[in-house]
Ligand binder design. Sequence first.
Ligand code: FAD
Length: 138
Amino acid sequence: MDALVSLIYVSKAAHGLDAADIGAIHHGAQRENASRGVTGALLCYDGRFVQVLEGPAAAVQSVYERILADPRHHDVRLLIQGPTSERLFGQWSMRRVPEPDRRDRTVVAFLDQLQHEPNAMTQAHTALKLLLRLAAAT
Ligand code: FAD
């Protein structure tokens, strides 16, 4: 069986992308991922996407390659990709995490890291912490 992997990236939303577009991305992702055994979470905040994908290595790679080619975002930056022993978002084919409060300190730290922290591993750690907390919030 294919090894279980997890992948986190960040990207910038295309100019003019609205709430309906983001809703369509989310619904499409849920449909596609469910048929491939891929789970994860997606946040769109302040014109940026943060996404975690987890599942069998080949399935995650194939979804990620399609995401890379999608014109609805750009500047896709892979933060981390590798084997994992468990799924952190296993109950969601793609959880759309609610937008955080702008005063949320983890969000402020994350946005600050995106601009100033060169270490992708540190960014991935903060991104995951943020997504897990927001995903569990409702
Ligand atoms: P097709 O549906 O055949 O489309 C052909 C091309 O047009 C592709 O490059 C596609 O990206 C692009 N496209 C499709 N719809 C639009 C549109 N409305 N406007 C402009 N271009 C469009 N897919 C998943 O399967 N799982 C995910 O978890 C996932 N997460 C995503 C997260 C983000 C931030 C974004 C932007 C996209 C995500 N997608 C996800 C969608 C993914 O990028 C592909 O669009 C989708 O998988 C369909 O791929 P396809 O090759 O079958 O493209």
